[in-house]
Ligand binder design. Structure first.
Ligand code: PGA
Length: 247
C-alpha cells in the first residue's frame, strides 16, 4: 500500500522532522509499504538531500507557474531538484485558498512535466440526498485528467478526501461501506478516462481522519491502494501504530 504522510504546517523544526523521517525509514523497511512524506518545502529539501532510503518525498503543492519573476512560488522543477518524487495537487486546503479546477489541471501538468507523480485530491464539502456530491467529485476528477495524454493520466494517483472528514477523529472518518462505493464510482469515472485496464490499475487513496484505530477496517475490502494521512502522521507514535495496523 501507499501510505502518504501530509505533514501540512504541523512540523516546523528540523529536530522533529528528522525524528519523523527516522521512524518512517524503520517502518518502510519493516512493513513493506511504500511510505511517502510530504513535509513543508524547506524541510523536504533538508531530508531528501542524499536520501537513499525506501522513503519517498512529496511536495504538498506545486506552483501553477513555470518560474521566473514569481516571488514566493515553488515550482515542480524546484521540488524535483530537491528530491521529491510525488506532488500533492488540489488538496482541499489549497482549493479553499483559491485553487480552482483549472488551476489544479495546470499544476498537474507541471508536476508531470518534471517527473513528479501527482497525488490528485478530490472530495466533496458535504453529502446530500440527491447525489450532487457525486457530480461534484466527477467534475474535479475529469477536469483535472481530461487535458492530459492517456499516458500521463495513467500516472496520476487519486486521493479521495471528503472535506467533511478531514481533521477530525477516526470515529468521524468515512464509513467503510461508503468508501467502497466511492472507490467503485471513482474507478468507473477513470474507466472513461484511461485506456485498457487503466482504471483497475490506477492507485486510489483515501484521506480524512485516518488514525491507527480505524485504518484497517477502512482499507480492508474497500478497494483503496493506500491512505493519505494528516494529523496522525506528525506524531511518531501514532504514525508507527497506523503503519503497523496495516501490516
Ligand atoms: P487528516 O488530514 O488526516 O488530519 O484528516 C488529511 C488530509 O487533509 O490530507
Amino acid at each position: 500500500m501507499l501510505i502518504a504522510a501530509n505533514w501540512k504546517a504541523y512540523v516546523e523544526d528540523t529536530a522533529r522532522a528528522k525524528a519523523l523521517f527516522s521512524a518512517a525509514k524503520r517502518l518502510a523497511g519493516k512493513s513493506g509499504h511504500e511510505i511517502v512524506l510530504a513535509p513543508p518545502a524547506p524541510l523536504l529539501g533538508l531530508l531528501a538531500r542524499g536520501n537513499r532510503s525506501a522513503v519517498a518525498f512529496a511536495a504538498q503543492d506545486v506552483s501553477h507557474t513555470t518560474g521566473g519573476a514569481q516571488t514566493g512560488e515553488v515550482t515542480a522543477q524546484a521540488y524535483a531538484a530537491a528530491g521529491a518524487a510525488y506532488a500533492i495537487v488540489g488538496h482541499s486546503e489549497r482549493r479553499a485558498a483559491g485553487d480552482t479546477n483549472a488551476l489544479v489541471a495546470e499544476k498537474l501538468a507541471h508536476a508531470l512535466a518534471h517527473g513528479l507523480t501527482p497525488i490528485l485530491c478530490v472530495g466533496e464539502q458535504a453529502r446530500d440526498g440527491e447525489g450532487r456530491y457525486l457530480a461534484f467529485v466527477r467534475d474535479e476528477l475529469t477536469s483535472a485528467l481530461e487535458p492530459l495524454t492517456p499516458k500521463e493520466r495513467a500516472k496520476v494517483v487519486v486521493a479521495y478526501e471528503p472535506i467533511w472528514a478531514i481533521g477530525k477523529t477516526a470515529a468521524e472518518a468515512i464509513h467503510p461501506t461508503d468508501l467502497t462505493e466511492m472507490v467503485l464510482y471513482l474507478r468507473k469515472i477513470l474507466a472513461g478516462l484511461l485506456p485498457g485496464k487503466g482504471a483497475s490499475r490506477a492507485r486510489v487513496l483515501y484521506g480524512g481522519s485516518v488514525e491507527p484505530s480505524g485504518v484497517r477496517d477502512l482499507t480492508a475490502g474497500s478497494g483503496v491502494d493506500g491512505v493519505l494521512v494528516g494529523h496522525a502522521s506528525v506524531d511518531a507514535k501514532s504514525f508507527t501504530a497506523l503503519v503497523l495496523a496495516l501490516m
